[in-house]
Unconditional design. Structure first.
Length: 285
């Protein structure tokens, strides 16, 4: 396709994705939907023990409930929640539009790998987000527990929502680390021999990464993120070991050839869109 046709195709895909997102945001603006989503997001703060008591109760006074300090903050909160609701509800649509734009340029083998990686990346990210949701109350308990006596913490809704998003993204992306290791191994960048030599440093690096990825500096939250990541890294190491062993047992096409000797033609190259590109023209041209 010419460049302008690619740009038109991208424009059409983006327009469809944005229309779907707008429809999802309209659902997020429904009062009943907004209330349930906000109650779900607010629960970690309500479950956090602040000075021996849980939050979200106006009876306890200031410091035990979230606040807003602007005229438009309540409206902007609804817009943000509606955006996240629309993003999640319409993810099959905008992900399909993205895939429909990229897929025509991929080989069949590349499509199969893409399906496998996406199929693994989504559950790993969700698992990391679920762990972050559990760990947020402990993180808030530690952070707000550092408040000196005589000082009342007034947590705004924007600050808390930023903390929630940072925790969800940090934990979710941290759980993608093992998948990134496998991708590097398939690309020939990372081998099991290198992992075996640098295992101690890699485990230390995982803990450092967990400390950086987690916005909460308390050790409990860091351990809750680092320990599952170490387990996943060990699982990725087993996959890399099996893949390297399979490569070592595979017959080498160029084994025994000299530098000035011609290599044989590989007649089994992957096909693209049903056309075998590894074979030359037949007897009839």
């Amino acid at each position: 396709m010419p460049l302008m046709d690619h740009i038109r195709e991208l424009r059409n895909r983006l327009l469809k994705a944005l229309l779907a997102l707008a429809a999802g945001m309209a659902i997020g603006f429904i009062p009943g939907v907004f209330t349930r989503v906000w109650t779900f997001l607010e629960h970690p703060f309500c479950a956090a023990v602040i000075r021996g008591r849980t939050g979200c109760s106006p009876v306890l006074g200031f410091g035990h409930q979230l606040i807003i300090n602007g005229v438009f903050d309540a409206f902007l909160l609804r817009v943000k929640i509606a955006f996240f609701v629309g993003l999640i509800l319409t993810c099959p649509i905008w992900l399909y539009q993205l895939w429909a734009f990229i897929a025509p340029g991929l080989y069949r083998r590349e499509k199969r790998w893409t399906y496998s990686f996406v199929g693994l990346a989504a559950p790993l990210f969700v698992a990391g987000g679920a762990l972050a949701y559990v760990a947020m109350s402990r993180g808030l308990h530690y952070l707000l527990g550092l408040t000196p006596t005589g000082i009342t913490p007034l947590i705004t809704v924007d600050t808390y929502l930023g903390y929630v998003i940072a925790m969800l993204l940090g934990f979710g992306l941290a759980f993608e680390l093992p998948l990134a290791m496998v991708i590097l191994n398939l690309g020939g960048v990372l081998t099991h021999e290198r992992i075996r030599k640098w295992r101690r440093y890699m485990i230390f690096g995982v803990f450092v990464f967990a400390g950086i990825a987690s916005p909460s500096p308390d050790p409990i939250t860091m351990l809750l993120l680092a320990v599952p990541c170490v387990v996943l890294v060990e699982v990725a190491e087993l996959v890399i070991w099996a893949n390297d062993r399979r490569r070592a047992n595979r017959p080498q096409l160029y084994a025994g050839l000299g530098d000035d000797e011609l290599s044989p033609i590989d007649l089994d190259l992957p096909s693209r869109d049903g056309v075998d590109i590894g074979r030359g023209p037949g007897p009839d041209g």
